[in-house]
Design a protein around this ligand. Structure first.
Ligand code: URP
Ligand code: ZN
Ligand code: ZN
Length: 459
């Protein structure tokens, strides 16, 4: 049975017009005015609504063993939350521990997601060590359609790589047409600063930010860019949080280094005072890089509006309040991360487009199209065109609501954006032609999501 979305205003990264969209099976087959459909076609009236391409979250954690515990979502809960918020594809960080085998790790993550995700997905493959065996396994993983790597310059004892391993990872990535994504903080400095703060009796969550100052992130970003320059690899800085790191990335870009920038929704809307509230209320807001001084938010919004920040992700990483309490009396033990997969699109639309910081097309680009282009999914994903997957978000800009943990679908007992107003939400969300969400409710097929195999890109 076909699907016809009528009378909506189609908005992509570079176009805006009123037209109907006809979908056969999983694919958009016609776009035009006054389309007729055969009997039996499911018709959705999108009058007064936008129709966006399905949104892509380029940075999430679903299965994540980390800091003596596990992130709370399953692929079922995380993907349903994603879909309710308009995200139809997510890219999960596959993060085996430094001591674990890359291929076993990949198979473990793949097995966890398979048959359980309600939306489509792929992985960034973390390279947590580099030796001959790992290199062979990485080649196999790339053959399987995973064409982006992830490296951590921080988290020394979990996932972190040293400079030699970063260099080798980039050389391999360059050869294979793989983009290298990176968490950029100087691990040595973070470790030293943490130890000296603890030695001074500074143990509360408010000391997390001072243990990872802006300069430490700027150094990591600059070093990452310098290694890209030396190896010729293409890179993508994840969750960039502050002006000095932005300047480091943009100055590399200005001298021709192929480097792209992601920032995540918490850093646009929350500042470090949230992590200074004391006790578990503060622990909820511990993530890395940390929430920053408010003045950085303007720098991020400006850079996003101008296209210097390429994408907006979430770094979705739900730990509940009991898990956050693992760091009582020692801020270095608070599991890092905050959930946002459900709220990213509505928050970016509300505080970007609706409240005047962001053009509608840049919004679509940053929340969908650019990630599709950078990670080998375009034009299958990230746009509305004949031949593209029918991942569509019929978006109601007249909806008004308030975010609350009481109504969320993410598997967590708090929401870091509790009380934030929302000026719009998806009223219908489809994944490859199937309606998965209607008016904030999941109405679809739980295991519909597919692993997206990607081709290498030689940038
Ligand atoms: N960001 C964060 O605090 N937690 C998740 C792991 C990471 O992406 O760094
Ligand atoms: Zn990170
Ligand atoms: Zn992350």
């Amino acid at each position: 049975m076909g699907l016809l979305i009528k009378n909506g205003e189609i908005v992509t990264a570079d176009s805006r017009y009123k037209a109907d969209i006809y979908v056969e099976d999983e694919t958009i087959t016609r776009i035009g005015r006054g389309l007729e459909a055969p009997p039996g076609t499911e018709v959705i009236d999108a009058t007064g609504k936008y129709v966006f391409p399905g949104f892509i979250d380029p940075h999430v954690h679903i299965y994540l063993p980390f800091m003596a515990t596990f992130a709370k979502d399953t692929h079922e809960t995380g993907s349903i939350a994603a879909l309710i918020g308009g995200t139809t594809t997510y890219i999960e960080m596959c993060c085996p521990n430094r001591n674990d085998d890359a291929l076993e790790g990949y198979q473990l993550w793949k097995g966890k997601a398979e048959g359980n995700s309600a939306c489509d997905y792929t992985f960034h493959m973390s390279v947590t060590k580099f030796d001959d065996k790992t290199e062979g396994e990485l080649r196999e993983i790339v053959q399987d359609g995973i064409t982006s790597f992830k490296i951590f310059l921080s988290y020394k004892n979990f996932f972190g790589v040293d400079d030699g391993e970063m260099y080798q990872t980039m050389k391999l990535a360059k050869e294979l047409g793989v983009i290298v994504t990176a968490h950029c903080e100087n691990a040595e400095l973070v470790g030293r600063l943490q130890q000296s703060l603890l030695a001074e009796g500074k143990t509360g969550p408010e000391w997390h930010e001072p243990s990872r100052p802006e300069s430490v992130e700027a150094e990591g970003t600059n070093r990452f860019a310098t290694f890209l320059e030396a190896t010729g690899a293409t890179g993508y800085v994840v969750h960039l949080s502050c002006k000095p790191a932005l300047e480091a990335a943009l100055s590399a870009k200005a001298r021709g280094v192929p480097i792209y920038i992601e920032s995540v929704i918490p850093h646009f809307l929350l500042d470090k005072t949230y992590a200074e509230r004391g006790g578990v209320e503060a622990m909820k807001y511990i993530m890395s890089p940390p929430l920053r001084d408010k003045r950085n938010q303007k720098a991020l919004w400006d850079a996003l509006a101008q296209g210097f920040i390429d994408t907006v992700g979430t770094d979705h990483c739900p730990f509940d309040t009991a898990q956050k309490r693992l760091g009582e009396g020692d801020f270095t033990k608070i599991p890092n991360g905050i959930p946002a997969i459900e709220d990213r699109v509505n928050l970016l639309y509300t505080y970007g487009v609706s409240r005047g910081h962001l053009d509608l097309h840049r919004f679509v680009d940053a929340a969908s199209t650019k990630a599709a282009k950078l990670f080998g999914l375009f034009p299958r994903k990230g746009t509305i065109a004949v031949g593209s997957d029918a991942d569509l978000v019929v978006y109601d800009p007249s909806y008004r609501g308030v975010i609350s943990a009481k109504t969320q679908h993410v598997n967590n007992d708090y929401n870091g954006f509790e009380g934030f107003e929302i000026d719009g939400r998806p009223s219908v969300v489809t994944v490859r032609g199937k309606v998965q969400v209607r008016d904030g409710k999941f109405v679809g097929e739980k295991g519909r999501g597919k692993l997206l195999k990607r081709e290498p890109i030689y940038f």
